[in-house]
Design a binder for this molecule. Structure first.
Ligand code: BDR
Ligand code: CA
Length: 306
């Protein structure tokens, strides 16, 4: 089978670590590049975390460091959720520094996209600063992008603000640039992320699934995205799940814009499911997920991480 080329843009982050693992060990995906962006924790830390993960997984994928802060707004991290270093709870090996490119993430993405014989899929599972910069600096890349499958946004309420999701609210202007890019976009936001849960009994089972399972188990013990009893939210794995198992999702094609000026709602995605704005659809929004099937898919995917 021909593997689908993807670039992951990420800020590990506990849920990022699991999404990256699943993508790297998948037989259907070819992870050509991983780019990092300040988000859950600082750019330095998310980059070190990515290099640690790759060492741990034994995968030699090039990594490029991207934006250290959002385009306009101040940077506020999520270390309250992911721990100070972003991936606390497990004793990872040293970062594999030789995988770090000297190129900036935006230049590396441009090169990988332009050199690819087949269109590349972008999988941002973090704030969209790098992707917005890519389109602003090198709009020619759009010709060779198949689609953007992102974790971010919400058709309902938020997890960063009342109505705003973390990845979008961290850099709303960048997100708006991406939604206006004219490229096919799939948005796997909180509507599905909040239902993509693993429970304590899953975690016990995952612990027995080799070294990646053992890592997941220990990270889960420190992940404060939700208590173990009510389930841990595997937000970022939803974007990878959409690539590998789209039948888990219910999708609505609609217009999505980002609120930039609301005094209480800045950074929220306005998902116009009823067509009030009379705008052409620009996004396939995942509005629901089969939580039980996701759970099974997630555990099967971790089992394959060997
Ligand atoms: C998103 O925010 C980050 O904290 C997670 O890694 C995920 O990408 C969820 O809102
Ligand atoms: Ca993330």
């Amino acid at each position: 089978m021909r593997k689908r080329p993807i670039i992951i843009d990420t800020d590990p982050g506990i849920d990022d670590a699991l999404a990256i693992a699943i993508a790297l060990f998948s037989e259907e995906l070819d992870v050509r590049l991983i780019t990092t962006v300040a988000g859950n924790v600082s750019l330095e830390n998310v980059t070190l975390n990515t290099l640690r993960l790759l060492h741990f997984f034994g995968k030699d994928v090039p990594v490029a460091k991207g934006a250290a802060k959002p385009l306009i707004v101040d940077f506020v991290d999520a270390s309250n959720v992911h721990g100070k270093t972003g991936m606390e709870g497990y004793d990872f090996p040293e970062p594999k520094e030789e995988l770090l490119l000297s190129e900036h993430a935006v230049n590396a993405m441009r090169r990988v996209i332009m050199e690819s014989p087949e269109p590349v899929t972008l999988v941002p599972i973090a704030t969209l600063t790098n992707i917005a910069l890519l389109f602003a600096m090198y709009p020619e890349v759009k010709k060779n992008i198949r689609e953007i499958v992102m974790m971010g946004g919400s058709a309902g309420r938020g997890n960063k603000g009342v109505m705003s999701e973390f990845n979008i609210a961290t850099d709303p202007e960048a997100a708006q640039m991406v939604f206006q890019s004219g490229l096919p976009i799939v948005m796997a936001g909180l509507d599905v992320g909040l239902k993509a849960l693993v429970y304590p009994e899953d975690s016990e089972e995952i612990k027995t699934m080799g070294k990646v399972g053992d890592m997941a188990y220990h990270l889960f013990k420190r992940y404060r995205g939700g208590s173990f009893q009510t389930g841990l939210k595997m937000y970022d794995s939803c974007a990878v799940a959409y690539l590998l198992c789209p039948e888990l999702f219910e999708v609505a094609e609609t217009y999505v814009g980002v609120e930039l000026h609301g005094s209480m709602t800045a950074g929220c995605t306005v998902v116009d499911l009823k067509g009030y704005l009379h705008k052409e659809p620009n996004t396939k929004v995942c509005i629901d997920i089969d939580g039980e099937k996701f759970r099974e898919w997630f555990k099967d995917s971790i089992r394959k991480c060997v």
